[in-house]
Write a new protein. Structure first.
Ligand code: SER
Length: 311
């Protein structure tokens, strides 16, 4: 991993990953790309507008930058995907296909984020295994699962070094997530700091896995740096740091923001998506195959989020 191209650099993950990659590998070595130029992603290094669904444009950018590794982050998330399923299929699959083809032709390694969204109601909810029944019920989940299979195919058939992680909900400050089911766990912090109250679109006891962004960024880099001979489940690893419900996160915030009030107005579409996802995944393969261990628990994440947002 010496020369890197990132798609979706202006998104929630990209806005954290690009600066970290630049710190580790050198600013000029990391080309940030996105379908539009929002400003922040071009700070501190090269940026280019690239539509990741356009294989020719991706191919030219990879060639000019002489990239050997692609972090393909561009995607439509679950709630937006349910509003326009065809668009979600097109963006998520066409971009992945173009990235994989370019990687095959130009000999690049590829990282693709997958998601707890690959699971569905028929998957076991507790300690959801690495390999189990996977019948996702959202278009987002369908594209992420198809994406895992396509990455496996490119690895097996063409030897492309594809690697991925099934991220849980990601909590971060800075750029907000773009329309997912887990966005409440980000929104709640902003509202707590600004207004002292939050109305949650999921029910109080909806359980799901979460992770603080610094851990997600570290996991991304660690899996890409891992010894390839140890990676059995390369596309993609179950991953978690903590299990949350809106009620438990609200209580944690309330203990640090006195007077914080949580109320609930359930959005049936996002509630149905959340209910179809695991309560808690089993991430032992990640721990065993490349040494995954989270460093932020609920308390540490809450303290850090509140500190950054209040500052
Ligand atoms: N956080 C994503 C979403 O809610 C799932 O990976 O869509």
């Amino acid at each position: 991993m010496k020369r890197i191209l990132v798609t979706g650099a202006g998104g929630q993950i990209g806005s954290w990953l690009v600066p970290r990659l630049r710190e580790l590998y050198g600013s000029s070595k990391v080309l940030a790309t996105d379908v539009r130029h929002s400003g922040a992603e071009s700070e501190g290094g090269p940026f280019q507008v690239v539509d990741a669904t356009n294989a020719k444009a991706v191919g030219q950018a990879v060639m000019r930058h002489r990239a050997d590794t692609i972090f393909h982050l561009a995607a439509i998330l679950s709630a937006v995907g349910e509003r326009d399923p065809r668009l979600a299929w097109h963006i998520n699959m066409a971009s992945l296909e173009s990235v994989l083809e370019v990687a095959r032709q130009q000999n690049c390694a590829v990282f693709v984020p997958s998601s707890i969204g690959v699971f569905g109601s028929s998957s076991p909810k507790e300690m959801t295994p690495q390999e189990t029944v996977m019948r996702p019920e959202t278009m987002y989940g369908v594209t992420k699962l198809a994406g895992e299979l396509l990455c496996d195919y490119y690895h097996r058939r063409y030897g492309v070094d594809t690697r991925g992680l099934r991220f849980p909900g990601l909590v971060s400050y800075g750029i907000a997530p773009g329309g997912g089911t887990t966005d409440w766990a980000v929104d709640i912090f902003h509202k707590a700091v600004r207004e002292g109250r939050y109305t949650c679109f999921l029910g109080a006891d909806t359980r799901m896995d979460f992770m603080y962004m610094p851990d997600a960024i570290r996991a991304t880099i660690e899996v890409m740096e891992a010894d390839p001979t140890r990676l059995v489940h390369r596309n993609a690893y179950n991953l978690t740091a903590m299990e949350l419900t809106p009620a438990t996160l609200a209580a944690e915030i309330e203990s640090r923001v006195p007077g914080f009030v949580m109320s609930y107005e359930i959005d049936p579409v996002r509630q149905a998506i959340a209910d179809s996802w695991p309560d808690h995944v089993d991430d032992r393969s990640a721990r065993e195959e490349w040494g995954w261990a989270p460093s932020f628990d609920l308390a540490a994440m809450t303290v850090d989020m509140l500190e950054h947002l209040s500052g």
